[in-house]
Ligand binder design. Structure first.
Ligand SMILES: *Cc1c(COP(=O)(O)O)cnc(C)c1O
Length: 435
C-alpha cells in the first residue's frame, strides 16, 4: 500500500478549528471526560513529515512532534512499512509467554546506544511513566533501600508512583493524593531563576534524608514539562557523582530528551554522564507506544525471575517501529539535524528576547528550545504564553506551552522538518510575540 504523502506546506482553508473539527469537539465533550486536556482542538485526518492535516483540510506546521514522539516525522515511510510488515506476521504474543526477536533487538540497540560501554540489560514497557516506575522498582531491589529523590520542575508521568515524583500540582497532582511515601524533592538547577546550584541541591538532599536509605535519584537531564530548563554546567554530573559516592542508583529520565532530540542520542552525553539506569520512551517508537529501562547488568539483574514484566510491553509492532525509527535517526543523521534546527530556533528566539519585552529567558539544547514569558518584575506570565500559543494555532502552527508556572512556550519539531517550514513556523511565532 502506498504511503499517503502530504506536500510539506502549510495550507489554511477554514478558521482554526474548522466546522468539522467543531462538530467532532461536540461529540468529544459528550464521550470523553473534561479531565483529558486538549492543546489545539483540530481533529487529525492524516499527518506526514512535519505537516498535520485536519478533517477540514487545513495543513498545520507541527512544532510539537506529538510531544517529542515523532522525532523521525509523522508516518515516516520506513516506520509505516515496518509496522505493516510486522502486523501481517503477528501482532501480539506477550514476550513473557512466548518471546520474539524484535524485542531482543530493541534491547540490544538500547544497550548499545545509551551512554557507557559497561555491560547492560534492557527491558520494555509501554509508556514513560511505566518505565520510571520500573526503574524505581529495580533500584529498590538492587539497593534494598526505600527512598527516592526527585526534583522541582520534574515530570515523570501520571501513574501513582510516577506522579508522586512529578512536581507540578496543577494540572497533574491536584486531588489525586495521597502520594507514594519515601519521595524527597530537592531543588533543580534553574539558572534563570538563580535556583538550585549543585551545592544547594546536595545540601538540601542531605538535610532531608539519610543517604544510606536512598535507593535512587530520578532526574531529567533537561526538565521537559518543567519548561526546558537546562541545569547549570556541572550540575547533572555533580548529582551523578553524589549518587556514586553514596551507593545511590542514578536514574536519568531521558523520556523527552532521548533519541536525538537535544543534538545527541541522549542528553546525558552533553554532561559526559553515564547514568546507572536510563529510561526512554517518547521518541523511541517513531510514534508507536514503547518504553525502555536500560541499566548496568548488576543492577538490572538484581530483580528475581518474574519480578519484571508487562502484558503489552515491547509489543512486536512497537518493536518493529522502534527498530525502523532508530535506523532512520542514524541514516538521516537526525542527531546533527537537531543541532541545526536548534541553532535556527535559538537565533530567532534570541532576537525576540532582544527586540521585544516580556521574553525573560531563551534556552534549550538541540531541537528542544523554549522561551520563558515574564512580567516586567520577572514574575511568570502564563497568560502571555497561552496567548502566543493561541495566535500560532490560528496561523496554522502547532506549538506547546510548558513550565511549572505554565509561562513557557516550547518548540520541539520533528527532526526531519523542512527548514522553510521551520522558518514559516518561527515567522508565526515572531508575529505572535510582537503582537
Ligand atoms: C512524557 C514524560 C514522561 C511520561 O511518559 P508517558 O509515556 O506519558 O507516561 C516521563 N518523563 C518525562 C521526562 C516525560 O517527558
Amino acid at each position: 500500500m502506498d504511503q499517503p504523502r502530504i506536500e510539506q506546506a502549510r495550507k489554511l482553508v477554514t478558521e482554526i478549528p474548522g466546522p468539522r473539527s467543531r462538530d467532532l469537539w461536540e461529540r468529544r465533550t459528550r464521550a470523553i471526560p473534561a479531565g483529558v486536556g486538549t492543546t489545539l482542538p483540530i481533529f487529525v485526518e492524516r499527518a506526514y513529515g512535519g505537516i498535520v492535516e485536519d478533517v477540514d483540510g487545513n495543513r498545520l506546521i507541527d512544532l510539537g512532534a506529538g510531544i517529542a514522539v515523532v522525532n523521525v516525522g509523522h508516518a515516516h515511510p520506513a516506520v509505516a512499512a515496518a509496522i505493516a510488515e510486522q502486523a501481517a506476521k503477528f501482532v501480539h504474543t506477550c514476550f513473557q509467554v512466548t518471546p520474539y526477536d524484535g524485542y531482543v533487538e530493541v534491547c540490544e540497540q538500547l544497550n548499545e546506544r545509551t551512554p557507557g560501554t559497561h555491560e547492560k540489560r534492557s527491558f520494555l514497557v509501554n509508556s514513560g511513566a511505566e518505565g520510571v516506575e520500573n526503574a524505581v522498582k529495580i533500584a529498590r531491589a538492587a539497593t534494598g533501600r526505600p527512598a527516592i529523590i526527585a526534583f522541582d520542575q520534574a515530570f515523570h508521568g501520571r501513574t501513582l508512583l510516577a506522579l508522586s515524583l512529578t512536581a507540578k500540582v496543577v494540572p497533574y497532582k491536584r486531588s489525586f493524593g495521597p502520594y507514594a511515601p519515601e519521595v524527597y524533592r530537592a531543588p533543580y538547577s534553574y539558572p534563570y531563576r538563580g535556583a538550585g546550584g549543585l551545592a544547594e541541591s546536595i545540601a538540601w538532599i542531605e538535610a532531608s534524608v539519610d543517604a544510606s536509605q536512598v535507593a535512587c535519584v530520578v532526574v531529567e537531564p533537561i526538565a521537559g514539562e518543567g519548561g526546558f530548563v537546562v541545569p547549570e554546567p556541572g550540575w547533572f554530573a555533580g548529582i551523578a557523582q553524589w549518587c556514586r559516592a553514596n551507593g545511590v542508583v542514578f536514574v536519568a529520565d531521558e523520556v523527552q530528551t532521548g533519541f536525538g532530540r537535544t543534538g545527541a542520542w541522549f542528553a546525558s552525553e552533553h554532561e559526559d554522564v553515564v547514568p546507572d539506569v536510563v529510561v526512554t520512551a517518547k521518541g523511541l517508537g517513531g510514534g508507536m507506544p514503547i518504553a525502555g529501562v536500560t541499566g548496568r547488568s548488576e543492577i538490572m539483574d538484581a530483580v528475581h525471575v518474574g519480578g519484571l514484566g508487562s502484558t503489552f510491553g515491547g509489543n512486536p509492532v512497537s518493536c518493529a517501529a522502534a527498530l525502523a525509527a532508530i535506523d532512520v535517526i542514524e541514516k538521516e543523521e537526525l542527531v546533527d539535524r537537531a543541532l541545526h534546527l536548534g541553532e535556527r530556533m535559538l537565533a530567532r528566539l534570541t532576537a525576540l528576547q532582544r527586540e521585544t519585552t516580556g521574553v525573560g529567558d531563551v534556552r534549550g539544547r538541540g531541537a528542544m528550545v523554549a522561551m520563558e514569558l515574564v512580567h516586567d518584575d520577572g514574575t511568570p506570565d502564563a497568560e502571555r504564553a497561552k496567548q502566543i500559543c493561541a495566535s500560532c494555532h490560528e496561523q496554522g502552527v502547532i506549538v506547546l506551552t510548558a513550565g511549572t508556572m505554565g509561562n513557557v512556550v516550547r518548540l520541539l519539531p520533528p527532526l526531519v522538518l523542512d527548514e522553510a517550514l521551520l522558518d514559516q513556523g518561527l515567522d508565526a511565532l515572531d508575529a505572535a510575540v510582537r503582537g
